[in-house]
Structure formats: structure tokens, C-alpha cells
Write a protein that binds this ligand. Sequence first.
Ligand code: QZP
Length: 401
Amino acid sequence: VMKPGEAEVVPNLAIDPFDKVFLGDPYAYHDMIREAGPVVWLDSVGAFAMARYEEVKDSLRDHETFCSSRGVGTLDFAKETPFRPPSLLLEADPPLHDRTRSMMNRIVSLKALKELRPRWQAKAEELVDRLVERRRFDAVKDLSEIFPMMIFPDTIGLRDDGREHLLDYATIVFNAFGPDNDVLREGNEGKEAAIEWVAEACKRDNLKEGGWGMAVFEAADRGECTHEEAERLVRSFLSAGVDTTVNGIGHMVLALAGHPEEYQKLRSNPSLVRRAFEESLRWDSTVQTFFRTTTKRVEVGGAEIPEGQKVLLFLAAANRDPLHWDEPDAFRIERNTSGHVGFGFGIHQCLGQMVARLEGELIGTAIAERVASIRLTGAPVRRLNNTLHAIDSVPVEVEPA
Ligand code: QZP
């Protein structure tokens, strides 16, 4: 009996994309997977995988064949129970997904962000002012882990006590999309209390008036969803809104520190800041991978994928596919990054992308206006996670402008 993926047209790769060496520096492995073919089989995960731009994007576009409701991690929700009730956005298909998504889109609106912008900008400037005065600081511990926490929990209207659990919770959520391996066990150790804290924090009684959390419950009052659903939708904010932007900002500073000539371009033309943030997402994508599950037999690039199979999509590898990008390994802030899949693609494309972009823009601008140059003073330290390319420390010295 042949296992799925044993057909000759599908290369069988002996690579574990969730082992520590791969997660620490995935890019050479991404090259191997892309070069092996449009679809490969990975014995280590028992899943098909795609790493080329075109196939990743086509799969994300075809949400009927490549569904999300059976989970976007290794676990097949049709066969096993996840560690928490499924997300009503990320782990849902239409029509449920479309109903919850349009509700949430009305809350995370352009208008809402326009109102928040001046407050967020003042916080970004205040934070960067303090850091420039110090000259030497850690761009993760003192900047990228701090800024989202200065603005996002208040925007949701979260209770004040226990907010430190948010990063721990995200670690658990993002590790859970991968296998039950050493990275998950070591990364999650001692963080279990975060699960209970988040469950409590999502309740109406614990949310402040005027925040996005309460806005979800007010939508429930209008009949747009049930109150039980509202709680779980607030949970989505807390799951997706912190660690992603922490690492997105961290990666942007790391990329700029490592490419002084690119930083000088930003200095001389601060209107490049949005491009710089986008390019850092393409070049070092925070969300590295996601799974889908096939709802029917499907052919991709001459390979046959049976129904009910997990398919691992390498977003970060698609973002460096030489079949699509010119000099993909080069970090160039003036490049046209449109079409990158760092925020995904299709109906599930990041709900918070405007939030992330605004945070990146405000920090990037505050730095560009105040800092003449950024120098790494030590080796950056990665934080291994089954889904996120994450960073724990980026020691820098800046020269004030
Ligand atoms: C995590 C949820 C990068 C995102 C895909 C991460 C993410 C999005 C949504 C949720 C969790 O809805 O819980």
C-alpha cells in the first residue's frame, strides 16, 4: 500500500521543518523545498508541502479545496480535538467565516485606526526618544516587545492586571500549529497560566467600555453573533495581535541594522517607511507557515493530493521564490513588494494588517527622524517557535541624528 505522497511525481524530503536547526535559520531549507518541486511530501510531518510562490498563492486562493475548518496546524480537527475551541475566524470556513470576518472588519476599520493614530504616534515618539537618549538598548526587549503592549491592550480595552500573559499565550497558540515537539514543550513550559487568564480576559465583565473587545459584545447585542461567539472573537484579537507585531517590528529593526545602506535610504526619504516595513515582512516573514486540509482530491503541478490531507504552506519561502521575485534574498526597501504573502492571501488574509502596518510605520518613522545610524553590538538571539520566526534579542547602539 502506498502512503500519500509516495507517487513518483512527488519528491519525498527527509526534512523536519519543525526541528530546531530548520526553525533557527530556515532559508536554505526553503530553497531546497522550492527546488525539489511544486509539491513535496514530508515524512516528518506526514503532510504535503508547497514552498513556491505560485502554488502557495493558488492554494490560499482556493479555500474550498484547501480548507481551514479542520485546523491550520498539524492537527486534523476532523480526527482530533485542539487545545482550545477553534477560532471562529482562522479555523473556520464560509459561511461561518464570512459572517464573523465582516463583523470584525467593521470594528478594525480605517476610521477606527485614523482615530487611534495620534495617540499611537505620541507613544511611539515618546518610546524612541527615551531609547535614543540611552543610545544602547535591546531592539526587542526595550522596543518591539514594549510598543505593541503600550497600545494594543488599551485598544482592546483589556483589564490592567495580568497583561504580561499575552506574549506567553501567543507562544502557546503559535507553537500549537506545529507538532508536539521539543520546541513546543520547552517554549510553553511554565506559561500554562496564560490560557486561563486569556479565557477570563475575554469575558464582557472584564472588558472596558469603548474598546474593540466591548465593540464585539455590542455587535452581539445587535444580533450579529451570539455572546458565546463574541467571547471567542475577542480571543482572536489577543491571539493574533501581539506576538505578530512584536516580531514584525523586531525584524524591521534587525533588517535595517544589518543593511546600513538601506537605512540611509530611509533616512533621506522617510516616506519609504511603509515600503521598508513591507519589505522586512517579505524578507523575514514573521508568520512562516500555515497548514490547510484538502476537502477533495486535487492536482497541483502534476502531483495528486488525496482528500483529507494536510498541506503545509511555506509563506516565508514563497516570499523569496526566485521564480517570482528579483534577487529575492536581497533586502531592498525600494522594491515593489505587492503580492507578498506575509499577511496571507484570499479570504483569510490578515484581519489586523492595517494595525500591523500602522505600528510599523509609526516606529519606523520615529526612528528615521531621530537616528543617524544603527549598529548591532552583539549577535541577535532567535526565539524558536513552531510557526513564528521570532526574535528574543537584538542589541543595538544608535547614533542620534
Ligand atoms: C492566530 C485566532 C498570523 C495569524 C494567522 C495568527 C492568528 C490569527 C487568528 C487567530 C490566531 O483567531 O485565534
